[in-house]
Design a protein around this ligand. Structure first.
Ligand SMILES: [Zn+2]
Length: 377
């Protein structure tokens, strides 16, 4: 069922591809909106279809605690529960229990729920069992995250645990239906070349349907992310999708990742920033396009604003009759002015959150579409 085919070339090591899943094909590179509680905050699934979202992400940790994986299974699984019939990816909860500073043992992680402080436990077996109940097309192995600044010893300890947990995750996954759900292994190793390379070879050797790069570094420290991908690039098989977990703070970050040969990305930033009044604006340009005499082609995201976004709450937008971004084709930019969004944001009108989130997500998705279109010119 799960097959990845490279279909073309983009700038740098970039490539286009198609990943086949039980809920349809995913054309890569792809940005995946995050729907933590089985909902992309304030965005109706019908609007996700309109902005050409192909696949969304949901969080096993949150759904495991509330409403509980059994309830979602009883309601026919995530796709049916949230009325989204396209592909879904679930993370394992490894990152969240690490963030909560849970008590880690070789067996798993004991942690206190962020909801009520109750003690809970996740292990590779429990996490995968929950992900099976949720029924996403792509499920992530249970792993141990490391911070960007992890020492060699810390990184090695986390990688050894992650490798052991990957083998246990695979064993549990194979007890169910690997034709219905693809398991991705995760490479940890912080900012240590040898450990990242060893971790990569280990994941590649397990032959999981996809390969993910994890750790606080990824997406959070873009120079570090580029360094890590450069270290391991020669070890990554061509025919497996590559996923950088938590990458996509700015449109330019996604362009960087595409150039590094990454196929999949997700980040809460576009919707979180939107809710806080930060709205992306700018456009993709390609320098040294195919046929140019000097230099390799490179994507750039050109924006007249710092961090590639405007702060819609600023007074300067009070009477601005332009859309957020004049090249954006989202419903928000087609029908509403900056002045109106400024007003909605200042008055905390609920409509603001959906209009703003739709725009920022569309900008991420359109950035990829534009990079692909520019590369074929
Ligand atoms: Zn827009």
């Amino acid at each position: 069922m799960f097959e990845f085919k490279v279909t073309g070339k983009l700038a740098g090591r970039g490539r286009t591809g198609v990943f086949t899943t039980p809920h349809g094909d995913v054309h890569t590179p792809v940005f995946m909106p995050v729907g933590t509680h089985a909902s992309v905050k304030s965005v109706n699934p019908a609007d996700l279809v309109k902005i050409k979202a192909q696949i969304i992400l949901a969080n096993n940790y949150h759904l495991f605690l509330r409403p509980g994986s059994d309830i979602i299974a009883k309601m026919g699984g995530l796709h049916s529960f949230m009325n989204w019939d396209k592909p879904i990816l679930t993370d394992s909860g490894g990152f969240q229990v690490w963030s909560l500073k849970g008590n880690t043992s070789p067996d798993g992680v004991e942690f206190r729920s962020h909801l009520d402080g109750s003690l809970n436990f996740l292990s590779p077996e429990i996490a995968i069992d929950s992900e099976v109940k949720l029924g996403a097309d792509i499920i992530m192995a249970f792993d141990q995250c490391t911070k960007d600044t992890a020492t060699v010893d810390e990184a090695r300890t986390a990688v050894e645990l992650t490798q052991n947990w990957l083998l246990r995750s695979i064993k549990e996954w194979k007890k169910h239906d690997p034709e219905k759900q693809a398991l991705f292994g995760i490479i940890q190793g912080a900012l240590h070349e040898n450990i990242r390379r060893e971790a990569t070879q280990f994941v590649v050797d397990q032959d999981t349907p996809g390969i993910a790069l994890g750790g606080e570094t990824i997406g959070f420290n873009m120079a570090g992310t580029k360094q890590v991908v450069d270290w391991i690039a020669d070890l990554l098989p061509e025919n497996k999708p590559r996923y950088t977990m938590g990458l996509g703070l700015r449109p330019s970050d996604v362009l960087t990742a595409i150039t590094l040969g990454i196929d999949m990305f997700d980040c809460v930033a576009p919707t979180r920033l939107a809710r806080n009044g930060a709205l992306y604006t700018g456009k993709v340009v390609i320098k040294n396009a195919v046929g140019a005499q000097h230099g390799a082609p490179e994507y750039h995201f050109e924006s007249e604003y710092s961090n590639e976004r405007i702060n819609i709450g600023n007074k300067q937008f009070e009477t601005d009759a332009k859309p957020i971004d004049s090249d954006c084709d989202c419903d928000t930019c087609q029908h509403f002015t900056r002045a109106y969004l400024h007003h909605l944001f200042r008055t905390k009108e609920l409509l603001y959150y959906s209009l703003a989130s739709v725009h920022n997500l569309r900008m991420m998705i359109k950035t990829i579409e534009d990079a692909i279109a520019l590369s074929s010119k």
